[in-house]
Design a protein around this ligand. Sequence first.
Ligand SMILES: [Fe+2]
Ligand SMILES: [Fe+2]
Length: 366
Amino acid sequence: MTSNFRFAVVSDPHITVPQTLWDHPARFHLVEISIPVIEQVFAHLEQFALDFLLLPGDLTQHGEPDNHRWLAQRLSELPFPSYVIPGNHDVPTLEKSDRSVGFRDFPHYYREFGYEDPNQLYYTREILPGVQLIALNSNLFDDQGKQIGALDEAQFSWLREVLQDCHDKLVLLTIHHNVVEHLPGQARHDLGKRYMLANAPRLREILHEFGVKLVFTGHLHVQDVASDGYLYDIVTGSLVSYPHPYRVIDLETGEDGKQRLKIKSYRVEGVPGWEDLQRRSREWLGERALPFMTRLLTSYPLNLSAEQAAQISPELRYFWADIAGGDACFDFPAIPPAINRHLQRFGAVDSRGVHQAIDNQAVLKL
Ligand SMILES: [Fe+2]
Ligand SMILES: [Fe+2]
């Protein structure tokens, strides 16, 4: 097995070439800077001796052919190989529409980036000797054509077969939807569950059975490292929302044969016209936070009244931005202690409430 290698993760770049920009007042993401941001990231990544780059989905604003074409072309110019999977925004509808590609069209854009067989939405490949990448598609459509974030039966069977042949390999798995909870109660809460894979418990069971330890996800637009036993779900934030992060990761094998994953995260500090990107982007989220904070406070398990929520929610202006940044440590002394205690659990704390800053810079022992 390759004992040491280096790769990068860039997630949710939501590429938007200018003629496709879909502007609406409630827009949450700064897709208008997607191209200068990713250009800056690529320029930085070219300075590292990367073995490969992973992009766990939401490659485009909303599945526009022009945006898929732009990204595929740009990836082909990089000095290292890239591997992609679709996010919900890349394949928003089963059949193609006047704006977006159809579900089955996606792999045809990315034949050089994992999809050697364009007839299947998932793939596996030995990307380095002894290192097996498994790339899953978590976008399904129900009988009414509604998009859901789940794995189908065919993929579960295929995954078992693939893992049976991976005994002495290191497996890296990538999928758009989250496999382990990154927020308290994420799998049950109305605000969080759409970011989780609907059948995450079943996938986790298989990954535990075969000793898979590393999953790279996107979708949530948050920097977070979560674990379930020996399984890590490393979610990388979006390039078009605060804090515009990306990761460079080293897999190292010590003399004792034990492997460690060394994660470093970087942020895009500014691009032309948005020189003060970090501050402006955090403000952008702060300005749009109120309805979400009200929903958080008035729903299970806090169940506050609208009046109570209206008093507290201004305190939470930067709550989501700070979650997105990772490694947050929350304390709101001005709000009632029971509510404060609940909100503190959204910070980077372990089950005992002890601060654990592993979302951005970390060394994980595998
Ligand atoms: Fe997504
Ligand atoms: Fe996204």
